[in-house]
Design a protein around this ligand. Structure first.
Ligand code: SF4
Ligand SMILES: [Zn+2]
Length: 443
């Protein structure tokens, strides 16, 4: 944007000083896209989105399409946008806007990039076209729709980004939406140089002013600025893959109302059915972590344990390998009114060379232990444990668990050679519930 020609370096420095980790600069026409890419190459903290804005839809051509496609493969191009419909200005004929929107959506789908959608006074057509496209990864930027639209947008899996107008006195409708958007779907933006938030309304907008938008929304949602920053930063990182990622894999991921913690990829078994030997993804979550997360990282990822049904230690390895972390984090979760479950292979006491269950008393609400077989021979065949006597120790672990943990269940995967009836008998004998799992169904 020409508006920043005189002082672009200072603007970017001020953003950094204000705590803005990364910025995504948006192309809206060919020149803008080139500029955005240029900036992303010059500044570490700047990423680019490329797309043709509905205002310029009338200039769209095959050449432009192929240019976008070529640019989209650049490392720091993280989205296709702004694209969409603008029936307020009608700078391009509506029919052409719709057509160009469809084309760019299908491009995004083909190259698997999220989209940044501009929609102004075009609710019905925007929703219809997005739905038709089958895309569910992106953001409705600078949201100006109503509550009904917000609900529909989120139901399709899209994020909603709130800009400066939320700070304006007459922003009743947007205020309600800013309160309503679930944490996982909220993003912030400036839309600089436009839509400057209070107290600078009327002046040129710039990225550092994001803090004014953030503090307004934090107040509305009755959370701290830090919470809001953490939530929206994480959302932006996840959606666009920008900034400092928390390792390649996710350390905390939500399935239904529970939060699952992925604290290690190490395990003392090598089960033949283990999903980690097949894929890195569970329910769309990448679980292949590149480093074992610290307690602090996990707390940041959990945010508020009480908002989940349960916080579950599980993931792509055996959580009790990191017993000290499990204990300390469980205590924190309990202090923060959360419920704790551990999914374990039952090797905890073997790993640490002592009965660890008394140490879990009062800080773990439930435990799910993999029995996996009806006898040692079968266990060794399908689980390949590093300990020869693991099966007997698992049984012992189940027995001890009941003394210190309120709810204990055991699981077995339906596999050839596993005698479910005998597993059932073991469960009855131990006085615990047996859950039978289907092969390759996780979470
Ligand atoms: S115990 Fe769990 S994590 Fe470990 S190998 Fe078996 S299925 Fe995989
Ligand atoms: Zn826009």
């Amino acid at each position: 944007m020409d508006e920043f020609d005189p002082d672009r370096d200072e603007v970017i420095q001020r953003a950094k000083d204000a705590g803005i980790e990364t910025m995504i600069t948006i192309g809206s026409d060919l020149k803008g896209c080139e500029g955005a890419i240029g900036l992303s190459e010059k500044y570490d903290s700047v990423y680019a989105a490329v797309g043709i804005h509905p205002h310029d839809a009338k200039y769209f051509s095959d050449d432009i399409y192929f240019k976008l496609k070529e640019w989209a493969s650049k490392e720091k191009v993280v989205a296709i946008g702004e694209i969409g419909l603008d029936y307020h200005y009608d700078n391009s004929p509506r029919e052409i806007q719709r057509e160009v929107f469809r084309i760019q959506l299908s491009l995004a789908k083909e190259i698997n990039l999220p989209v940044v959608i501009h929609s102004r006074e075009a609710k019905k057509d925007t929703l219809e076209i997005v739905k038709e496209s089958g895309i569910n990864k992106g953001v409705f930027h600078c949201f100006s729709g109503d509550m009904d639209m917000a609900e529909k947008v989120i139901a399709m899996g899209f994020h909603i980004s709130i800009a400066g107008p939320v700070t304006f006195k007459n922003a009743m409708k947007l205020v309600e939406i800013a309160k309503y958007i679930p944490d996982d779907y909220l993003l912030l933006e400036t839309d600089a140089p436009y839509l400057t938030p209070e107290p600078f309304r009327g002046k040129r907008n710039e990225p550092s002013y994001l803090v004014h938008i953030a503090s307004t929304i934090a107040k509305l949602r009755e959370i701290s600025m830090e919470d809001l920053a953490r939530i929206t930063t994480l959302n932006a990182r996840r959606l666009f893959g920008v900034g400092q990622m928390l390792g390649a894999g996710e350390i905390a991921y939500k399935i239904r109302d529970s939060l699952y913690l992925n604290i290690t990829n190490r395990c003392t078994n090598r089960c033949c059915f283990c999903i980690r030997f097949i894929t890195s993804y569970v329910k769309g979550h990448n679980l292949r972590i590149s480093h074992e997360p610290t307690e602090e990282e996990l707390k940041n990822a959990i945010c508020d344990p009480s908002k989940y049904n349960e916080v579950v230690f599980c993931g792509y390895g055996e959580p009790l390998i990191r017993l000290d972390l499990v204990k300390s984090l469980s205590r924190w979760i309990k202090d923060n009114k959360g419920m704790v479950r551990i999914n374990t292979n039952g090797h905890g006491s073997l790993i640490h060379g002592r009965n660890i269950l008394p140490e879990l008393k009062g800080i773990v609400d439930s435990v799910s232990i993999s029995l996996d077989a009806h006898n040692q021979e079968t266990y060794n065949r399908i689980c390949s444990p590093v300990y020869e006597n693991a099966f007997g120790e698992v049984i012992e672990f189940i027995r001890e668990s009941q003394k210190y943990i309120p709810r204990v269940e055991i699981t077995v995967v339906e596999l050839e050679g596993v005698d479910i009836k005998r597993c059932q008998a073991i469960a009855e004998d131990l006085g615990v519930r047996l859950r039978i799992r289907k092969l390759h169904r996780v979470g």
